[in-house]
Design a protein around this ligand. Structure first.
Ligand code: ATP
Length: 363
């Protein structure tokens, strides 16, 4: 059997674990890191924890690893309360942002470290470590020290080390953020492939929305220590539950809107009624939120809008267009349409027919 087949068979035997956070609270002095976090990861899924800096992602992960303890609430693995179980007795493999390999040990000894601590014999742990290095595509680097490896290679070894004890859960804390863009993309795909083949329940902390959307089965968006929304990437993008999620995941433009007065679920934007999804705040000035691909723009000599900037993004070009009321919106157009809409040219913008989110205007 190949290394991956052996691992996958072992993982299937063990079956992915269910992880539950129930009402987790944790404060550090006056800082509330977790404010009643409820979240479940299903067996075998890769669940990304996404959110702005300081929203509690790492604290949640550390509680699952046993490095941190909640003031109240519980952590359950397969229904078993592990909240008070010390880290070394939990069944979790972890990879951190910074290369956390032991500098004085070779790759193979780094990977074999966990099994060694568990009293696994030398021959067995070295063959296991070799298997795992094979799994992460680095069999030829077994005898290298960390300083003789690139960042990407070190993170692969860290991944192999995290998997060495066949953990029930894999915890990844921004494992790619120190790597350059190309290596990061490769490793994203590899981690995902490995995770799916092994069927290991994985929590992945990141503040990079593209990383979360491209890798995860589901993405949990955290805000100020609470869960804002958890959904599959495409749902999160297409149907964000709140303005916070809408603006954190992908790009959104805000356009001033007014209440129509009736209870027909519409607001008025630039003299036109638009259907609304979600609640309309009862007080204050309003904005609607629209995605760059939901707006349409055409060249129009009589148009009241004007192209302000154009940013080439590869498949599309993202225009900034100033509307008649002075609001600037982002609009994606296909590359071939760019020459018809040069910067400074007049245009007409049309809004989507589908319901849009409404939020209170931010000052
Ligand atoms: P980042 O993306 O910046 O890593 P995060 O979402 O992972 O952020 P946490 O590291 O979980 O956030 O931190 C949540 C809050 O708790 C932050 O305000 C942080 O400063 C604070 N915090 C976390 N650990 C400690 C600690 N040991 N002592 C004091 N404050 C802490």
């Amino acid at each position: 059997m190949t290394a991956i087949a052996t691992e996958a068979a072992a993982a299937r035997e063990a079956d992915g674990a269910t992880i539950e956070f129930r009402g987790l609270r944790r404060s550090f002095g006056a800082t509330v890191a977790l404010d009643g976090l409820d979240l479940t990861a299903h067996p075998g899924e890769l669940l990304a924890l996404l959110g702005p800096s300081g929203c509690g992602k790492t604290t949640a992960l550390r509680m699952l690893a046993g490095f941190e303890h909640p003031d109240s609430g519980q952590v359950l693995v397969d229904g078993r309360d592990v909240t008070r179980i010390p880290a070394h007795r939990r069944d979790a493999g972890m990879v951190f942002q910074s290369y956390s390999l032991f500098p004085h040990l070779t790759a193979v000894d780094n990977v074999a470290f966990g099994p060694r601590m568990r009293g696994v014999g030398q021959a067995q742990r070295r063959s296991r470590a070799a298997e795992l290095l094979d799994l992460v595509g680095l069999p030829q680097l077994a005898d290298r020290y960390p300083h003789q490896m690139s960042g990407g290679q070190q993170q692969r070894v860290a991944l192999a080390r995290a998997l060495a004890l066949r953990p029930r859960v894999l915890l990844l804390d921004e494992p790619l953020s120190a790597l350059d863009a190309k290596v990061r993309l490769n490793l994203r795909e590899e981690i995902r492939r490995l995770q799916q083949e092994l069927g290991i329940t994985t929590l992945f902390v990141t503040h990079d929305q593209e990383e979360a959307l491209s890798m995860a089965d589901r993405v949990a968006v955290l805000r100020s220590g609470r869960l804002e929304q958890v959904d599959a990437p495409e749902v999160l993008y297409a149907r964000p539950a709140t303005p916070f999620v809408a603006e954190f995941v992908g790009t959104m433009s805000r356009v001033p809107a007014t209440r129509t007065g009736g209870a027909d679920g519409t607001v008025e934007v630039l003299g036109r009624r638009m259907p609304v999804t979600g609640p309309v705040p009862a007080e204050g000035e309003l904005d609607v939120l629209v995605r760059p691909e939901a707006l349409r723009v055409v060249p129009d000599r009589q148009g009241t809008s004007r192209v302000v900037t154009a940013a080439f993004l590869g498949a599309v070009t993202r225009l900034t267009v100033r509307l008649e009321d002075g609001t600037e919106v982002k609009i994606d157009i296909p590359g071939h349409a760019v020459s018809d809409l040069p910067v400074g040219s007049p245009a007409t913008v049309s809004f989507p027919d589908h319901p849009v989110l409404v939020d209170r205007r931010v000052a």
